[in-house]
Design a protein around this ligand. Structure first.
Ligand code: ATP
Length: 215
């Protein structure tokens, strides 16, 4: 179990806080808006109303002891940057900050954020990929060139083993897992058979993954 602080309980922050708490972690949730704090009160370990720019209030909330602090303040860029700086200077090992755009992200990285996230941009990319290619269920960018995708296995591959499909040699694409109903076959081998309707989790170059979806 890890300890987290989530600062800023908008749609993104509250979703992060709620998910971490459901996973069994300790979560201190902070927002300056009383209503946001009350909405989450019963779902996290501690929910506190405070202006996170107030260092003493953060210390009183006990956030110096957390393993990870997530700065999820959005629109108010100044507060977002200031709070990231404050929590980093408190000595918290891992500070994750939400950025609105590239420039904002660069500033956050420069002042010491250990990870910068762009939830709106990333969700836009993922949704666009799933829209363009009908059988892509999930898309995660690993780098500008490489991705992980989840696709529904097309009928033409059904009944074939991974060895017969030979995706790695022919396309440079690896099958990381096969999902079938509620079961997950992790790190499948050459003898494993793909069935129609299976969901295949693939990693590879974007070009190769696109070719695979078209062919
Ligand atoms: P989302 O997209 O996640 O809903 P957003 O990008 O629209 O969020 P905001 O709603 O501006 O971002 O901010 C998220 C939360 O951060 C809000 O609930 C707001 O009350 C809170 N917040 C803003 N400034 C501070 C601050 N100085 N201290 C604590 N909380 C703050």
């Amino acid at each position: 179990m890890k300890q987290f602080a989530v600062i800023g309980l908008g749609r993104f922050g509250s979703s992060v806080a709620r998910t971490l708490a459901r996973m069994g972690h300790q979560v201190i949730a902070i927002d300056s808006d009383e209503a946001k704090v009350e909405a989450l009160m019963n779902e996290v370990t501690t929910a506190i109303q405070a202006d996170a720019r107030d260092e003493e209030a953060l210390k009183a909330a006990g956030i110096r002891n957390v393993d990870v602090a997530i700065v999820a303040i959005g629109e108010n860029v100044e507060a977002n940057i200031l709070v990231t700086l404050i929590v980093k200077e408190m000595g918290i090992k891992c500070v994750v900050a939400k950025a609105l755009n590239d420039l904002h992200g660069k500033v956050l990285a420069k002042i010491g954020a250990d990870k910068v996230v762009y939830p709106e941009r990333d969700m836009g990319i993922r949704v666009a990929h799933t829209l363009v290619s009908g059988n892509v269920l999930e898309h995660i960018d690993l780098s500008p060139e490489y991705s992980i995708v989840e696709i529904v296995a097309p009928a033409r591959v059904a009944g074939k083993t991974l060895g017969q499909l030979n995706l790695r040699a022919q396309h440079g694409v690896s099958v990381m897992a096969i999902k079938r109903n509620d079961k997950i076959l992790a790190a499948p081998g050459a003898d494993d058979v793909v069935e129609e309707g299976d969901i295949m989790v693939l990693v590879g170059r974007n070009k190769a993954l696109e070719r695979l979806q078209e062919s």
